[in-house]
Ligand binder design. Sequence first.
Ligand SMILES: Nc1ncnc2c1ncn2[C@@H]1O[C@H](COP(=O)(O)OP(=O)(O)OP(=O)(O)O)[C@@H](O)[C@H]1O
Ligand SMILES: [Mg+2]
Length: 266
Amino acid sequence: MLDSVLTIKHLEVSIKSRDGLVNEVTRDVSLDLGKHEFVSVVGPSGCGKTTLLRTASGLRMPSGGEVLFEGKLITDVPQGISIVFQEYNKSLFPWLTIAKNVAMGAREYSSAEREKRVEAALGQVGLKGFATRYPWELSGGMQQRAALARAMVSNPRVLMMDEPFASVDALTRNHLEDVVQKLWTDSNFSALMVTHDVGEAVYLSDRVFVLSARPSTILAEIKVDLPRPRSQIETRKMLRFVELQAEVLERVEEAGRQSVGIENYD
Ligand SMILES: Nc1ncnc2c1ncn2[C@@H]1O[C@H](COP(=O)(O)OP(=O)(O)OP(=O)(O)O)[C@@H](O)[C@H]1O
Ligand SMILES: [Mg+2]
């Protein structure tokens, strides 16, 4: 892609476990993330989605292939990439207030600038009145909003999310999807999201990649041609939404059958 922000080329990741065995997690994954594009990655449990995100963000080095961020080889987590992890209860510091947690994402700014950014980020995620609270005083959904604010406070060019809403109830999840959608619409960042929720992937994305079972390769790339802005009620009842969801689901199930062996699948 001409204006690709993040390029993952023939990525290969093998992890050596403590007993010395080498576990081939990712065999050959290539994908690119365009400027202000929203891309999701789905695939069976254990196929290497988290490993892919960790490698794409520079937290882990690949065994083969490469990751380029704005044309430069990634060797460490670069400024400009923010990550939201699944477990909000582990990603926020319990001894810091929400404002101080969010400020951790903006350490490179002067304190006046930081304060301004923290306030704006809390406003963007709907947590304006919660700056002085502690994470444990907030619901799970609100903690995940805080984690999003911390990721957004540095004004990233790429926002990566690893199953960010997996631990909240369905209604809260829909609200949080719309928080992310609004952040993305109002800003200029590109999003790379891992999710196991096929409907969520289709609802938010421009393209959805389906990973095969481990060692993972790209099984399918599905373009989501749904109009924006999208709304939970209107979009999810569109025939095209239902068709796309079924298409992605079919490919994920295909990958799932590979991983457990078709003979004992049902
Ligand atoms: N630090 C590690 N040491 C050893 N093996 C690892 C390590 N991290 C990941 N793995 C192996 O890599 C494989 C893929 O793990 P990963 O967490 O990337 O999968 P996933 O697709 O994110 O799974 P899930 O859907 O359950 O979140 C697993 O089989 C796991 O055993
Ligand atoms: Mg994972």
